[in-house]
Design a protein around this ligand. Structure first.
Ligand code: WTA
Length: 642
């Protein structure tokens, strides 16, 4: 593959697609751009059930936006109740646990489960405006937990099961949640991921939590605290299955999802109800070209935004059948995914470049053992997909038949903003291609002026879209400052990009101190603050270094307090320490000890130089502001000794 190849949609694919030609795509874009109020009101009416309608589609007072204000709806109602008549017996979820247990749950059964659990929450006094934390394995009950909260207006915040007790505690405290939904444990590579233990640890410093509800997944021996902890199955057994969905304002907070920013403190991204459910439903159809008989599989975890928008809310609102898998791709062997696709006849696979690269490394024999002919569409998310990974995904998994939708978006955007509509838009490997209708994306310079074709710049979005972030939980100043101050009043993505002469976007990566490890966002500051909490560490600077599988890996430069340290032992300990403080996905690849760190005369650590050292092993850039050049020479030389 030359890297410049263009893949046109096949006539068969286009003829069946929701949007089947460039003209149709352009027409949607033109209407959305010229009359956004009319366009989005039409989409909202067509795709979503409303108990009451709005008067204006949106009100935009930067940085704050309201979509469909005054209207009433409910996300869970849209995902469940409205399907009962036409899709009641259709599978909503097909679940496979890591040990091999399987369950198919129809829309009617899911509706009943959710209603029962929602009543159990109501019986304990939870109501619209309250907040919950969901810390669960990838099992159907995680979906039930989210939808039950949405049904009664409790704002949920899902914390990825791989986060540590420390990280969990910080989120519970920031959100001031009184309710925690969890499980005893989940399965990961044949071992128990002991979630309830982590909850117990976190709650030592969260006195506001009144209720912990525990789903029994593995049967692990756990501690249940009298008066605070109850079993999911016991509460559910007592609850009725009749629980009408709360009629909520379109701007009612649906969820908060914490993500890394440029400081050590994660930020709670707030999403609301009406605009979010409208946008995720529309993009589910546009990008995944969803059909009634599709078996759709997104391999993300519900702890990340991809799991929220494209495992739960988007697909279920669109009436899809979703596969969910609890465990690791190599358990019991490296063909687990291909086996799942073959047995369940999955038609759409949505995954990340980092997963694809890990699978490539295991060789083509694994997918070769399975019949993957049910697949018709492939998706990618989380980071730029490199040409080699694209080519393999297309040839080995898609057999050259399946379009690949490379979807660019963020926790803040709520839904996919740049991606091909696969029946209309020709693909260029490595490019997210063109924006969704109504998404006015542009590449600009420092002053906000558009740059020339093919030139690098900042990616911005000029107009609000229905699923956009509404606020940072409890911190409107940070919200304004972070997203709307670089170019006043305009959404700043934090990504660098270029746009080619055909208008295709090529996202190049972050322009801030946010790393992307295995498609997961992690800030350098977060890892640095974790490191300096260790008693041996005086100072730390963290940078990302390129990594063959995970895209980027965490590399730490550490100076130690006075003492007689065994560097080898301490290196291992610090890697474990970061995993303990944040979560195992944040475990540094490398710890380098140094007597000092390169700093400017005003005392700022020059991460740029450290980045250069880990990528090129030399320093060529401007070092005139550096206080002590000797530090850099030593650090660069260190690599050669390694
Ligand atoms: C990066 C994940 C290139 C980007 C949905 C963005 C991508 C950050 C792509 C958001 C893609 C995500 N191509 N880069 N297709 N998708 N990114 O919040 O840097 O976990 O800003 O949301 O991931 O990560 P987040």
């Amino acid at each position: 593959m030359s890297g410049n190849e263009v893949f046109n949609p096949s006539p068969e694919f286009s003829s069946r697609a929701h949007v089947g030609s460039m003209e149709a795509y352009r027409d949607l874009c033109r209407r959305a751009e010229e009359h956004p109020e009319i366009f989005w009101a039409e989409q909202a009416e067509k795709e979503i059930h409303w108990f009451e309608k709005w008067s204006h589609a949106f009100e935009w007072h930067p940085p704050f936006v309201k979509w469909f204000a005054g209207a009433k709806t409910n996300a869970a109602y849209n995902c469940l109740d409205r399907h009962l008549e036409t899709r009641g017996d259709k599978a909503a979820l097909i679940f496979e646990g890591e040990p091999g247990d399987q369950r198919t749950i129809t829309y009617r059964q899911l509706h009943e489960e959710v209603s029962r659990f929602a009543n159990a929450l109501k019986a304990r006094g939870y109501k619209p405006g309250d907040r919950s934390i969901i810390y669960m394995p990838m099992i159907p009950e995680a979906v039930v937990a989210m939808l039950a909260c949405a049904r009664i207006g409790v704002t949920h915040s899902v914390v990825f099961g791989g986060f540590s007790a420390e990280a969990l505690k910080a989120r519970i405290q920031d959100l001031d949640a009184h309710l925690v939904l969890t499980a005893d444990a989940g399965w990961r590579r044949g071992k128990e991921l002991r979630l309830k233990d982590a909850v117990d640890e976190a709650l030592k410093e969260c006195p506001a939590v009144r209720d912990v509800i525990v789903y029994k997944r593995t049967g692990a021996a756990i501690h249940m605290q009298e008066g605070r902890d109850s079993w999911w199955h016991e509460l559910e057994a007592q609850a009725s299955a009749d629980c009408p969905a709360e009629q909520l304002d379109a701007e009612h907070p649906l969820f908060v999802l914490y993500t890394s920013g440029t400081t050590g403190k994660p930020k709670g991204i707030l999403h609301t109800t009406g605009g979010y459910i409208t946008y995720t439903t529309c993009t589910m159809k546009w990008v995944f070209d969803l059909k009634e008989d599709d078996i759709y599989w997104c391999t993300a975890d519900i702890g990340w935004v991809t799991g929220h928008s494209y495992i739960v809310y988007g697909p279920l609102s669109a009436g899809a059948t979703c596969l969910i898998y609890e465990g690791a791709p190599d358990t019991p062997a490296w063909d687990r995914w291909w086996d799942i696709i073959e047995r369940h006849k999955a038609t759409i696979l949505y995954t990340s470049p980092t997963a694809i690269r890990a699978l490539i490394k295991q060789g083509e024999a694994w997918p070769g053992k399975h019949d993957l002919s049910s697949l018709r569409l492939l998706g990618s998310v989380g980071e730029p997909i490199n040409p080699a990974a694209w080519e393999w995904y297309h040839r080995v998994i898609g057999k050259g038949r399946c379009p690949i939708v490379d979807t660019w978006w963020q926790t803040e955007t709520g839904g996919i903003l740049i991606a091909p509509m696969p029946g209309a838009v020709p693909l260029k490997p490595g490019s997210g291609t063109l924006p969704m209708p109504g998404v006015l994306a542009e590449v600009v310079d420092f002053e906000g002026k558009p740059v020339a074709d093919d030139a690098e710049g900042f990616l911005i979005i000029k107009r609000p879209w229905p699923a956009m972030i509404r606020n940072i939980w409890g911190d409107p100043d940070r919200f304004q400052q972070q997203y709307f101050s670089r170019i006043p009043g305009i959404y700043f993505t934090g990504d660098a990009a270029r746009r080619d002469k055909d208008g295709y976007f090529w996202v190049l990566g972050r322009v801030d101190d946010v790393m992307n490890v295995s498609g997961h966002r992690l800030s350098t500051m977060e890892v640095e603050s974790a490191l300096v909490r260790h008693p041996a560490v005086a100072e730390a600077a963290v940078v990302a270094k390129p990594h063959e599988i995970t895209g980027q890996a965490v590399c730490c430069f550490v100076t130690l307090k006075l003492g007689d340290w065994d560097h080898h032992k301490l290196g291992l300990e610090l890697r474990q320490w970061v995993a303990h403080e944040i979560g195992s996905f944040a475990r540094p690849e490398e710890i380098r000890f140094s007597e000092s760190l390169p700093k400017t005369r005003s005392g700022k650590i020059m991460r740029r130089l450290l980045r250069e050292i880990v990528t090129t092993h030399t320093v060529t850039g401007d070092v005139t502001t550096l206080e002590d050049l000797g530090v850099v020479t030593k650090l660069a030389a260190q690599h050669d000794e390694d």
